[in-house]
Design a protein around this ligand. Structure first.
Ligand code: ACO
Length: 324
């Protein structure tokens, strides 16, 4: 088989949904001031889901994986590769992918995590595509799953209103027809400081701040430019143009970044898949979550050409162009 192709999508959100107004009321009780109006106007976010304390990344991911397998008409025993994109793993080690594999009730296949923060899913999908095309795998599960609520500083209104928890998954199979057409990945480590969780485990204790820190304006400025570049590079590799894109499915961080990217690519806003309003920023989970919502709502159909785009901490960014 020359290509890899997505044969099923799935997602899962923890049941607890928190609206902006509910979050604002909770924050007000600790002296942190925000409002539904501010959050909607600056970000487009209206609500997010938060996992209960006992629920882990692999718990969310395994539900999304089961839903994707069902959509693909596959069983867990058909899977020969599991890649989990996450920055909020269950443990320091082993990987969330191995824990998820066991929860799926299978053993033996390769399983590992990819850490590229909000670009994690486009990174993981690119790795899986390469492994399928070279014959290392025939039926891969590629999952983005996060519990970002665990690393939020609820005393910092500039970040805690932006993120949510969730998971999305795809089944990627060997195919004689494409499939994934092209991808383009990048990183620039000099931007560590603008978006990071600097703390680490050392000598049996957490050293440094274990909560998310972000310079929102610096991230914003970098994001729109690199997303346009990655999209154009991916189209060029595939011999396609903007006009070939049926749906733009960007990382769901901020509606203004997403609209800015669509505008630069001269795409009408009705080709943009938007779920940030309902999910907030779920980091590596946001793209497969948005894809699954668009598939199940009947927006994205078989044969459509999709541009997936991620940007996040690292700084990392990238894009994948595919025929669904
Ligand atoms: N509620 C009310 N007021 C707030 C809040 C809040 N939640 N947060 C900040 N403010 C205030 C600020 O204190 C500031 O007040 P001041 O003018 O009195 O100082 C004012 O609002 C404006 O703040 P800015 O930071 O200038 O707001 P901006 O319009 O830049 O929006 C935002 C901030 C939403 C964070 C924006 O910069 C953004 O979306 N950046 C990109 C973030 C992003 O995409 N991150 C994800 C990358 S993915 C990953 O890897 C995790």
């Amino acid at each position: 088989n020359k290509y890899s192709r997505i044969t099923g999508t799935g997602s899962f959100l923890p049941p607890k949904r928190v609206t902006n107004a509910e979050l604002a009321a909770q924050l007000a009780a600790t002296g942190v001031e925000t409002s539904d109006e501010w959050i909607v106007e600056r970000t487009g976010i209206r609500a997010r889901h938060f996992a209960e304390p006992e629920v882990s990344t692999s718990d969310l991911g395994v539900q999304a994986a089961r839903n994707a397998l069902e959509a693909a008409g596959r069983k867990p025993s058909d899977v020969d590769l599991i890649i989990v994109a996450t920055s909020t793993p269950d443990m320091v080690f082993p990987s969330s992918a191995t824990i998820l594999q066991n929860k799926l009730g299978i053993a033996g296949c390769a399983a590992f995590d990819v850490q590229a923060v909000c670009s994690g899913f486009v990174y993981a999908l690119t790795v899986a595509d390469a492994m399928v095309r070279t014959g290392s795998a025939k039926c891969a599960l590629v999952i983005g799953a996060e519990v970002f609520s665990r690393i939020l500083d609820f005393g910092d209104r500039t970040t805690c209103v932006l993120f949510g928890d969730g998971a999305g998954a795809v089944v990627l199979e060997a195919s004689d027809t494409p499939g994934i057409l092209a991808s383009d990945l990048h990183a620039d480590g000099k931007h560590v400081e603008i978006l990071c969780v600097p703390g680490t485990v050392f000598g049996g204790k957490v050293h440094g701040n274990p909560l998310l820190r972000m310079d929102g304006q610096a991230v914003f400025k970098l994001a729109v430019g690199v997303l346009e570049e990655a999209a154009r590079a991916t189209l060029a590799k595939a011999g396609k143009t903007e006009a070939d894109i049926d749906w733009l499915i960007p990382h769901q961080a901020n509606i203004r970044i997403m609209q800015g990217t669509a505008k630069k690519l001269k795409l009408p806003m009705d080709k943009l898949v938007v779920t940030v309003d309902q999910h907030g920023n779920t980091s590596a989970a946001s793209i497969p979550l948005a894809l699954d919502v668009a598939v199940r709502s009947g927006k994205v159909r078989k044969g459509d050409t999709l541009m997936l785009e991620g940007v996040g901490g690292g700084f990392t960014w990238g894009a994948v162009l595919l025929d669904f």
